[in-house]
Design a protein around this ligand. Structure first.
Ligand code: 5AD
Ligand code: SF4
Length: 475
């Protein structure tokens, strides 16, 4: 058994296990001389992981993490523009630094790519604007600023490169993110991502597997493979692994007990993925497969490239598996022209599938997307009514699905402690949250068997059943 949670590799920086893990902010550490940085991250897991890599680039250049934005010499916002509200938030944050001269303020991510040099017009105190497709140029851009450059941009979108770093600062001590594919070649009519993250490009399988081995050596047992369309992966190296080959290879890395992957596109979702989950215990019992709508007319207008029937067929493969695989989804309500009947088709789909979780959003028109010029905008109050109706409906479905687990015993990877409630918290292989009590002093990072006693719509509550199964290898 190798030593868990050992920070021994220069290519990987893993935080100590915190109590109450899960913060998305950069962990506070005192500065000790030299210049310091602070990164605030908005949006998806891809952004959270990009920030970990950007932090790695800065650490490699001798910057230290600052304990607050106010104390930092370099302040980066890693931004999200998937919906309008997220993009607006960035400008209100930037407004707080009006007239700032002493620190370097930079905007990264999707808003940077989308707004480009406009950001300098709206917030002249910003000195760096860089989209994710140009992160490889960050060291050079920072050099330019340090040697007196006033403003720098990295806005080239036409790239076949992925962002590789010597050091990645890991903000989550339990689950390690590994990018396998960047960008997106789909063209969903509502979505900014192809405009902000550029074309799809996969990482060579050797780079992915080497990273997985280093993570296992450092004590990680759970890896989450990331990509906007993770299952469109094609190994660009001569080995030519398929997505399923890669899943099996990561699962076979010694020390790795759980492999997750997100987000899957229904179009590229194959039976082989279900077969791999079925015969590989390390592959988690969970698939996030966003449907977006239950109406064929809306799916066509969204350019989702599949029908309701094709999607349901893929769900039937998952339901036929020997392992109980959880399915979760994303749904947009109030897409232009969506009728109440079409909305009800989405509600009917929720009933037909019985999702274990749904992220639901009201449609938000985005710049440069074809949907933003479609007629038939749904009034805001009606969008909100549909959202509330859908969320309540889905809540009932989750209550019933979770209630069925009362009395069962689940294996939970413990990721945090709620001191006030005297509870530990973690996730099952199926990604359900379980809160539980235990006599043990410290369970962080361990796999605990928990008897489920109560359930709610979003979590289960139980009691530690027997001794834990250890951080890495126990049974
Ligand atoms: N409006 C609302 N939701 C959106 N999403 C993507 N673009 C938009 C938009 N313009 C949602 C989709 C996607 C999730 C990450 O965000 O459901 O799967
Ligand atoms: Fe956006 Fe569609 Fe690509 Fe997902 S598949 S990132 S929704 S364009």
């Amino acid at each position: 058994m190798s030593k868990p949670f050992d920070i021994s590799l220069e290519s990987l920086v893993k935080p100590a296990l915190p109590v109450d893990a899960g913060a998305t902010q950069a962990p506070a550490q005192p500065t000790d001389g030299g210049k310091s940085f602070y990164i605030e991250t908005f949006g998806c897991q891809m952004n959270a992981h990009d920030s970990e890599k950007v932090a790695g680039v800065l650490l490699a250049r001798g910057y230290r993490p600052a304990s607050s934005a106010a104390q930092a010499d370099l302040m980066f916002y890693n931004t999200c523009s998937i919906r309008e509200k997220a993009a607006q938030k960035v400008f209100s944050r930037l407004g707080e630094w009006r007239g700032e001269h002493t620190k370097i303020i930079g905007v990264l991510g999707c808003v940077a790519q989308q707004e480009g040099e406009e950001i300098f017009e709206r917030a002249p105190w910003v000195r760096l604007v860089c989209g994710s497709a140009s992160y490889r140029r960050l060291p050079e851009l920072i050099d330019e600023l340090e040697s007196g450059g006033r403003r720098v941009t990295g806005l080239d979108l036409d790239t076949d490169e992925t962002f590789e770093t010597e050091i990645t600062r890991r903000d989550n001590p339990i689950r390690a993110y590994v990018t396998i594919i960047e960008g997106c070649d789909y063209a969903c009519s509502y979505c900014v991502v192809p405009h902000t993250r550029g074309p799809e490009r996969s990482r060579p399988s050797d780079a992915v597997l080497n990273e997985a081995r280093r993570l296992a050596d450092a004590g990680y047992t759970e890896i989450q493979l990331l990509g906007q369309t993770v299952n469109s992966y094609h190994d660009p190296s001569p080995r030519g692994l398929s997505f399923v080959d890669l899943l099996r290879a990561v699962a076979a890395v010694d020390g790795i007990r759980r492999v997750r992957f997100t987000t899957s596109h229904p179009n590229d979702f194959t039976r082989e993925i279900v077969e791999a989950i079925d015969d590989t215990p390390e592959l988690c019992e969970h698939v996030h497969l966003p449907v977006q709508s239950g109406s064929n007319r809306v799916l066509r207008a969204m350019r989702r490239t599949y029908t309701r029937e094709e999607y349901l067929e893929k769900i039937s493969w998952i339901r036929a598996a020997r392992r109980p695989i959880n399915v979760t989804s994303d749904i947009i309500v109030g897409f232009p022209g969506e009728t109440d009947d079409e909305f009800q088709e989405t509600i009917g789909l929720l009933d037909a599938i019985g999702y274990d979780g749904v992220f639901s959003f009201i449609y938000s028109p985005r710049p440069n997307t074809t949907a933003s010029s479609m007629s038939g905008a749904i009034p805001e109050p009606e969008k909100l009514r549909r959202l509330a109706y859908l969320q309540e409906h889905q809540r009932q479905i989750q209550m019933a699905r979770n209630a069925a687990l009362v009395g069962s015993t689940q294996e939970v990877l413990v990721d945090s402690r709620h001191a006030a409630r005297g509870q530990w918290s973690g996730r099952t292989s199926s990604n359900r949250v379980v809160n539980f009590v235990s006599q043990r002093q410290n369970l962080l990072g361990e796999y605990a068997r928990v008897r489920i006693e109560r359930s709610g719509p979003n979590s289960l509550v139980g009691e530690h059943a027997v001794d834990t199964t250890g951080g890495r290898h126990g049974t």
